[in-house]
Design a protein around this ligand. Structure first.
Ligand code: MD3
Ligand code: FE
Length: 217
């Protein structure tokens, strides 16, 4: 007899962690997609390579970034913004692969956000030592849509803060295949990533790749 059939808390616990009212970690949700994602990521970075953007304040970001989809996020001395073209070469960002969209929509639906239609996928590359300082994602037009984040490669500790920069944050370890979905009342929470520890992943080597899907326009 399969007793697991009668232990729904084991199916939901562990694999789906609720961080706050409208914020969820779906542990391992992206695992079935990884083999399809990696060659597509390779092709995207051939067209729009990873680059270290400069903030309006003049600081070089330690995260390297690229994008795919109709809109991509960029930054320079003039400010942060979404753009239809990669400023590196002035042509459109690579299209968002269908399987990226399917993963983002399936994860959003699993967390209770139906009909998620992302128009931007930011791709962040972290190496050991790379960090992302506490910030809010405020450059999107539509705060009603959630954000979906997919972690690949070496682990990171994600900082999940509050509505104010000074609010205390909780540390959430994220591993290869984990997906975070947040929206609703948690959409504007401060968040960041602690400096990555030295590690090596069997598929990705000494790096973490994070995909964030947003509705920017
Ligand atoms: C929970 N990226 O690109 S994604 C970003 O891991 C960014 O690369 C991080 O923050 C990364 O802007 C974190 C997970 C995440 C992002 C934003 C959140 C979770 C969040 C905002 C509120 C609550
Ligand atoms: Fe962010």
């Amino acid at each position: 007899m399969n007793l697991d059939l009668f232990a729904p808390e084991e199916l939901s616990d562990k694999r789906q962690q609720q961080l706050a009212q409208d914020a969820f970690v779906l542990h391992g949700f992206a695992a079935p997609y990884v083999a399809q994602l990696l060659p597509l990521l390779e092709a995207i970075q051939q067209v729009s390579p990873f680059r270290h953007l400069v903030t309006p304040g003049g600081f070089r970001m330690s995260v390297a970034m690229t994008c795919c989809g109709p809109l991509g996020w960029t930054s320079d001395r003039r400010g942060y913004r979404y753009s239809a073209v990669d400023p590196e070469h002035g042509r459109n960002w690579p299209p968002m692969p269908e399987i990226f969209l399917q993963l983002a929509q399936a994860a959003a639906a699993q967390a209770g956000f139906d009909d998620f239609q992302p128009d931007a996928c930011l791709i962040n590359r972290y190496q050991p030592g790379t960090k992302l300082s506490l910030h809010q994602d405020k450059d999107e037009q539509d705060y009603a849509a959630p954000i979906v984040s997919v972690s690949l490669g070496i682990p990171a500790i994600f900082l999940f803060g509050g509505q104010e920069r000074s609010d205390k944050s909780v540390r959430v370890p994220l591993f290869h295949g984990d997906v975070v979905v947040w929206g609703g009342v948690d959409r504007l929470r401060y968040h960041g990533v602690l400096p990555l520890k030295e590690a090596e992943h069997p598929l990705l080597g000494r790096q973490r790749i994070n995909l964030t899907f947003r509705k920017a326009a």
